[in-house]
Write a protein that binds this ligand. Sequence first.
Ligand code: FES
Ligand code: FES
Length: 178
Amino acid sequence: SLTVYISVGLTGTKSGCGGGGCGACTVMISKYDVIQKKILHFSANACLVPICMLHGAAVITVEGIGNSHTRIHPVQEQIAKAHGSQCGFCTPGMVMSMYTLLRNHPEPSMDQLQEALAGNLCRCTGYRPIIDGCKTFCKESACCQNGREGICCLDEDNSCSSSSPDAVKDVTNLYYIL
Ligand code: FES
Ligand code: FES
């Protein structure tokens, strides 16, 4: 599978269940669609992708979007600022699912966000801080961005007030999807 192929030298992508159930191995695959005449981006569980399916495709792993030596990607930064990573095992998969969503929808809705992360499991955080970090990219958000001209409190000293009723509802919905 693609997981085995990329694990030689690239250790960011994690292997959890090995059967498409946890999302720890999520990568982004890009392919040119001859009918639509454009490049399509989609997230995929690398553990389920045979190498032979990737002829003519580009694969981006979590190493390809940012790192602590050069510059981390805004998705990585926002998840870190929201304390959305504890053991960190799910984080590369979460990051790549979110990165793919942003490639396709630069300002996603909360529904699109929840759908994008529905295949990624986390055993540590309870999802709330992950959603808090990711929803800062959403056009409409229950985050502090509302009414503050797009300035997120995660960029300030005080952390986001995630205890608003809307935020609780959003996280609860994610549980149902998962
Ligand atoms: S390792 Fe769990 S989905 Fe691939
Ligand atoms: S941070 Fe540990 S599994 Fe998500």
